[in-house]
Design a protein around this ligand. Structure first.
Ligand SMILES: [Zn+2]
Length: 226
């Protein structure tokens, strides 16, 4: 009996630790449990369709939360995707988010997380965002917008190597430039490599090989000259 109690305590501790370590997922998970507002089914279906077109099919079944006001401290203007190992991603859609572009974009993050599992940690932010932009046609992130951002006086040209981590990618005042840049690089890469390329790259990713950034260098240079 004592043995069972000890085992139970250890199991409980592991579960608590898991959810504590995945705090951002847990936070969204509680919001998902508490919210009663459903995301528009039509938009969810369209987002899934766009992801299936990009990847060939879908492996992910994210949980959707649509909220028009802050929910348990989650104050999201557009959208966010929270992922955790072994669990479905949770997509939180804010007041400005219930649109096909935004929802498809977030679903790509969930799809990439599902397909890479623990290897998601190896995906540089610029690639994750650049891929998500392939189903997101907002004018702020087009090539035309990129040319405008790059033409600004004193702008510091982005480099893929500097945008591997989120804290740099989402830097205040530079995020739009980075999204447009990542969009451009991944778009040219997809055009040159063909539709199955994202799957090939994702399937070949492993812990012993660095992310194949060299494949993107040519397009990095091209996008900076736009
Ligand atoms: Zn994104």
């Amino acid at each position: 009996m004592r043995m069972i109690r000890r085992l139970f305590s250890v199991l409980l501790l592991i579960i608590v630790l898991f959810f504590a370590l995945n705090f951002s997922w847990t936070h969204a998970g509680v919001a998902w449990l508490m919210t009663k507002s459903q995301c528009p089914a039509k938009l969810v279906a369209l987002a899934k369709k766009d992801v299936a077109t990009l990847f060939g099919n879908t492996h992910s079944s994210p949980l959707w939360v649509c909220t028009t006001k802050p929910l348990l401290g989650l104050d999201i203007s557009h959208a966010t995707t929270r992922s955790a190992l072994f669990l479905p991603s949770i997509i939180v859609i804010g007041k400005k988010g219930p649109r096909r572009n935004v929802m498809a974009h977030e679903h790509v993050h969930a799809e990439l997380a599902a397909r890479t599992s623990a290897r998601y940690a190896l995906v540089p932010t610029w690639f994750d965002e650049g891929l998500a932009m392939q189903v997101d046609y907002r004018r702020l992130y087009t090539r035309k917008a990129l040319a405008r951002y790059l033409g600004r006086k004193g702008v510091q040209k982005p480099r893929l190597d500097d945008l591997a981590f989120s804290y740099r990618f989402y830097m205040r005042g530079k995020a739009r430039l980075h999204y447009a840049f990542a969009n451009c690089v991944v778009k040219y890469w997809l055009k040159s490599q063909g539709k199955t390329q994202p799957l090939k790259l994702i399937n070949n990713m492993n812990w012993h090989k660095p992310f194949p950034i060299e494949q993107f260098r040519k397009f990095e240079r091209k996008c900076l000259k736009i």
